[in-house]
Design a protein around this ligand. Structure first.
Ligand code: BT5
Length: 237
C-alpha cells in the first residue's frame, strides 16, 4: 500500500485516473486542497483549504472492480466506523454513497471506473470546516468539528488514520463481501423513510424497507418490493 499526499491538486480522483497505469493496486492519494473537486454528474465538491479529508484510492484488481457496489458500501462502512471511533453518534449510510450524522451530510463517496482497467473511490469527509453554504448545497452539511466541538486534529493525521483502518478492515473484507451486511442494514439512514428516487428516466416513490446483500435498495411501492441497484434520492418526502 502506497500513500501520496499533495498540498494542492485538481482532484485526487482525476489524478488517479490519469496515472493509474503507473501506480499500484491500492494506492491512496490525499490532498490538502482540490481546485476541481467533484461529485457525481460533475457536481462540485466544496472543501476549504487544509480543513478536510480529500482522499482517493485505486483498485486495479479485476475481481474487486467487478464487485464495485460492495467496494462503495465498504468505503462508507470505513468512514462510519472511523466517525464512531471519534465518539460520534447517529452516524448512518445514505444509500448509495453518502455518510450522514444527525441527518446531515458529513461525507460523500464517488466511484469512477473503466472496467477492467481501474476503479477509483474518492472520499470527501468534512473535518474542521464549520462554514457551509447550506443554501447552495443539495442537502445540509456538517463536519466532525460541528458535531464535536472539542475535536482537534489535522486532516493529514486523520487521513492516515482512515487509511490504516481501511487496510485493517480490507484484509478480511476482500474475501467476504457479505461481512458488513448487518452493519450496513443497521446504519441505513433511509430505513422506513418515504423517498423519491430518479434512475435515468424512471421516477420511483416509495418507502425504503432494506438494503439487500447485493447492496440494492429495497423499496416498497404500493405493497410491492422493488429492487433498485442505482439511482439518486432526490427527496425525502
Ligand atoms: C458526492 O457526490 O457526494 C461525492 C463527493 C466525493 C468528493 C471526493 S473528494 C476526493 C475525491 N476527489 C474528487 O474530485 N472527488 C472525490 P454527490 O452525491 O454528487 O454530491 C455532490 C453534492 O454535495 C454537491 O452538489 C453539493 O450539493 C454537496 N456538497 C458539496 N460539497 C459538500 C461538502 N463539503 N459537504 C457536504 N455536501 C457537499
Amino acid at each position: 500500500m502506497k500513500h501520496l499526499h499533495f498540498n494542492e491538486i485538481d482532484s485526487t480522483n482525476t489524478y488517479l485516473k490519469q496515472e493509474y497505469q503507473n501506480l499500484d493496486n491500492l494506492t491512496f492519494v490525499t490532498a490538502s486542497f482540490q481546485s476541481s473537486g467533484h461529485g457525481r454528474n460533475s457536481r462540485v465538491w466544496n472543501a476549504n483549504k487544509e480543513e478536510n479529508v480529500l482522499l482517493s484510492y485505486l483498485i486495479k484488481d479485476k475481481d474487486i472492480i467487478e464487485h464495485f457496489s460492495y467496494v462503495s458500501m465498504f468505503s462508507a462502512v470505513v468512514i462510519v466506523k472511523y466517525l464512531e471511533s471519534k465518539g460520534l453518534e447517529n452516524v448512518s449510510i445514505k444509500w448509495p454513497n453518502d455518510v450522514y450524522v444527525n441527518g446531515k451530510k458529513i461525507a460523500g463517496i464517488l466511484l469512477e471506473g473503466a472496467y477492467p482497467n481501474y476503479l477509483i473511490v474518492g472520499i470527501g469527509l468534512n473535518l474542521n470546516q464549520t462554514d457551509f453554504n447550506n443554501k447552495e448545497l443539495r442537502h445540509p452539511a456538517t463536519s466532525l468539528k460541528l458535531e464535536k466541538s472539542d475535536f482537534n486534529s489535522n486532516p493529514l493525521n486523520e487521513s492516515q488514520e482512515i487509511i490504516s483502518l481501511f487496510n485493517h478492515l480490507w484484509c478480511d473484507f476482500k474475501g467476504d463481501w457479505l461481512m458488513y451486511d448487518d452493519f450496513i442494514k443497521e446504519h441505513n439512514y433511509l430505513l422506513k423513510k418515504r423517498i423519491k428516487l430518479i434512475d435515468g428516466s424512471r421516477i420511483i416513490i416509495g418507502i425504503v424497507e432494506d438494503i439487500d446483500s447485493q447492496c440494492n435498495l429495497l423499496i416498497n411501492i404500493d405493497k410491492e418490493i422493488v429492487k433498485i441497484d442505482s439511482g439518486e434520492i432526490v427527496e425525502i418526502l
